[in-house]
Design a protein around this ligand. Structure first.
Ligand code: UD1
Ligand code: MG
Length: 460
């Protein structure tokens, strides 16, 4: 529906009040840098070009955007919102369509609201339409000054406002739609005549009105959407609102969240139907959960694939791993980077895996470390088994075939290979390869000294 839209995203501000070494727009909201939200909106409204104006840590921002179809314009000195827009307009010289301006630090805005704003702008045949809202405390925002007939006259910045103007609680959200021809002219006429000596984009309203053009202010009721992040207090507020939005959308898609206030799901995590998440579940990064699974309290899963009908018991950490259909993990298990559990595997209490493949139906139920191991299907790993994969300099592999039985308290001194169907006696230290079907046992033979305890007592 929206033909010819260029979206400009203003993101060059320093964010002084964040008191951070990290540029404001790189701070995460629901797990992803906040700049990605307005970029998503720009994509959702089918912008033909997206221009991001960046200043601080430009290289880092650029790196983050390298896989998106966006153009980056560098504003070396932050001389105001109009200066930032002027730089972006230089990149689209001669463009005649619509220009949408979004802010890099207003992540909760929805594409519905922006589309509605565009519709108002188009229907009114306006040169400029600004999105406004009413807030309880307007401190810091530009105030919307309307005339007797209710139409907008100008925006006055907090620092330039007299007491009467400060009492207005309708504010500028910093989101606008412009006619590209109007914007390209007006942007070069704005002068820094204000307390801050900055180029104010908001001055375009008066310039437009003086020329007899149509300028609209469109007020929305969802003031939550336009909260700007200036300090970490607002960051926390926006983060919690975003997470509530994410949790609600999963619930509406058929996921049960028990006490959703305690569940943290990053933007971009996918969860299939009929999954149940217990309190304290944290799902981060690029994680997906297959249908019908249950995640009991207090587990954290990062950048991992979890298949259908997987059960994760309490207090597990799963990082960069794949857990296939029907497997069970935990309680208190740690799957580190590069772990793969094939179908129906079982990983139990206090088990740690790293770069290890557990074959179909294989089990390690208690107190075990398996690192750099390839384990076949139908294998039983006894309690206390350890792969000694590190010799102080290098890592080595342990390869275990199918249907191997490993008794409790076995150490595999890698590199070592165990053939299919072999049997490893409890308490063994395995230093040599074991052929298929063989019994390997390496513990010293037991000696019983009859009457030893009684003799010891007497000698005291
Ligand atoms: C701006 C508006 C104000 C509005 C408020 C909403 C102006 C003059 N004022 O004020 O009316 O109520 O936003 O949040 O426009 N930026 C740049 N380069 C610059 C300056 C700013 O890229 O030189 C970017 C910032 O990174 C930010 C956005 O523009 O994303 C808004 O700038 P900010 O300094 O926060 O403006 P406010 O004073 O909040
Ligand atoms: Mg601001």
């Amino acid at each position: 529906m929206n033909s010819n839209i260029v979206t400009i995203i203003l993101a060059a501000g320093l964010g002084k009040r964040m008191k951070s070494g990290l540029a404001k727009v790189l701070h995460p909201v629901a797990g992803i840098p906040m700049i990605l939200y307005p970029i998503q909106i720009a994509e959702d409204i089918s912008s033909e070009r997206i221009i991001v104006v960046i200043g601080h840590q430009a290289e880092r921002v650029k790196g983050l955007l390298s896989d998106r179809v966006v153009e980056v314009v560098h504003q070396t000195e932050q001389k105001g919102t109009a200066d930032a827009v002027r730089l972006a307009m230089d990149a689209i010289r001669g463009y005649q369509g619509m220009v949408v301006v979004l802010c890099g630090d207003v992540p909760l805005i929805t594409s519905k609201t922006v589309s509605d704003l565009i519709a108002v702008h188009q229907e009114g045949n306006a040169s400029m339409t600004v999105l406004t809202t009413e807030v309880d405390d307007a401190t810091g925002y530009g105030r919307i000054v309307r005339g007797p007939d209710g139409s907008i006259l100008r925006i006055v910045e907090d620092r330039d406002a007299d007491e009467g103007t400060k009492a207005i609680n309708e504010i500028n959200t910093g989101i606008y739609v412009f006619d590209g021809r109007f914007l390209s002219e007006v942007i070069n006429e704005i002068r820094p005549e204000n307390v801050q000596e900055e180029f104010y984009l908001t001055d375009s309203i008066e310039i437009g009105l003086k020329r007899g053009l149509r300028v609209y202010a469109c007020k929305i009721l969802q003031k939550e959407e336009v909260i700007g992040v200036n300090s970490r207090v607002e960051l926390a507020l926006v983060d919690s609102l975003m997470r509530r939005r994410i949790n609600n959308s999963h619930m509406l898609n058929g996921v049960t969240l028990i006490n959703p206030e305690s569940i943290y799901i990053d933007a971009g995590v996918s969860i299939a139907q009929d999954v149940t998440l217990y309190p304290g579940t944290t799902l981060q990064g690029n994680t997906s959960i297959g249908k019908g699974g249950v995640i009991y309290p207090n587990s954290r899963i990062v950048d991992s694939y979890i298949g259908h009908h997987v059960v994760i018991k309490d207090s597990c950490v799963i990082e960069e791993s794949r857990v296939n259909e029907g497997s069970q993990v935990g309680p208190f298990a740690h799957l580190r980077s590069g772990t793969v559990l094939e179908k129906d595997a079982r990983i139990g209490n206090y088990v740690e895996l790293k770069k290890t493949v557990m074959g179909e139906g294989s089990k390690a139920n208690h107190l075990t470390y398996l690192g750099d191991a390839e384990i076949g299907s139908g294998v039983n790993i006894g309690a206390g088994t350890i792969t000694c994969n590190f010799d102080g300099e290098k890592k080595h592999k342990t390869i275990i075939g199918n249907n191997v039985f490993v008794g409790s308290d076995v150490q595999f001194i890698a590199p070592v290979k165990i053939g299919d169907g072999a049997f490893i006696g409890a308490g063994s230290t395995v230093t040599k390869d074991v052929p298929p079907g063989a019994l390997a046992i390496s513990r010293p033979e037991q000696k019983n000294m009859e009457g030893w305890v009684e003799r010891k007592k007497k000698s005291k």
